[in-house]
Design a protein around this ligand. Structure first.
Ligand code: GLP
Length: 264
């Protein structure tokens, strides 16, 4: 696992956007095959998306040959609801880049047969060639996508029940009203994320400090599903001084030394 530490979320987001764009461009140089990317929602990736939008508009990267799959969606929330992850992704990314509409995949939380929807999603990922890169965030309790604590680290796309903690944290998007936050979601599994050739996780701010400590220094455990990243050959966490503040000084120094030695 690599840990990239930047001063703040703005610098971390720039690093992530440029890293993703470089990966898309590198594949386009050697192959006609699409770049398959996993995408996340939440407040964390917004600055990264803004920089990717700028880069697309400046001709520095193109999403014309990119296929994307979002990690999750609420169950039962109308697609046109401003807080559906469909709305979020169009607002903060898809409406401003050149990705083809048919290449955008987001789980349908209103599908009549939810199990069939989840199975079809896993199949569509395989049919697209599998993920080149999965971009994710992390919940305050260490959850990745909507894989709440005690989700199996070998889980795949499925319906999940959200914890009270997650619904309370997400109430800020629903007029501060916990009761308006859906109780269930569809989510890719931990194993779906880890099936990607590469995983990049963004985590900024002191609210994420406990999650990062558990994920980086704790045991690999279903208690903190991001800790599954420890078993991935190409996992990177992009964080800031606040979110990395709970790890041991020796861990912090090691990550900084790697950054310096590898010019990351
Ligand atoms: C939700 C999403 C996660 C996201 C997390 C953190 O639970 N399902 O994918 O990582 O929120 O959100 P934020 O970036 O707003 O802190």
């Amino acid at each position: 696992m690599k840990v990239i530490i930047r001063n703040n979320s703005a610098e971390g987001s720039l690093w992530a956007a440029h890293y993703i764009a470089a990966k898309i461009n590198a594949k386009a140089k050697v192959s006609n095959k699409p770049f398959v990317i996993g995408l996340c929602t939440g407040s964390t990736p917004i600055e990264t998306y803004a920089e990717l939008i700028r880069m697309v508009k400046a001709g520095e990267v193109s999403f014309k040959n990119v296929i994307s799959f979002n990690m999750d969606e609420y169950v039962g929330l109308p697609v046109e609801h401003p807080e559906s992850y469909h709305s979020f992704m169009h607002r903060y990314l898809f409406d401003h880049i050149d990705e083809k509409p048919e290449n955008i995949h987001i789980l349908d939380g209103n599908a009549p047969d939810i199990e069939a929807e989840c199975a079809a999603y896993e199949k569509a990922i395989v049919d697209a060639g599998g993920f080149d890169l999965f971009l994710g965030g992390v919940g305050e309790d260490g959850h990745i996508a909507f894989n709440e604590p005690f989700s199996s680290l070998s889980s795949r796309t499925r319906v999940v029940t959200l914890t009270q903690d997650t619904r309370e944290v997400n109430a800020r998007f629903f007029d501060g009203d916990f009761n308006k936050v859906p109780k269930q979601a569809l989510t890719v599994g931990v194993a779906t994320v880890l099936s990607s050739k590469e995983v990049v996780i963004l985590a900024f701010g002191s609210k994420k400090a406990r999650a990062l400590k558990d994920a980086i220094e704790g045991p690999m455990s279903h208690y903190c599903t991001l800790s599954g990243l420890q078993n991935h050959p190409a996992g990177t966490i992009v964080c800031d001084e606040n979110s990395i503040s709970e790890v041991k000084v020796s861990s912090y120094r090691y990550f900084k030394a790697v950054e310096e030695a590898e010019n990351l």
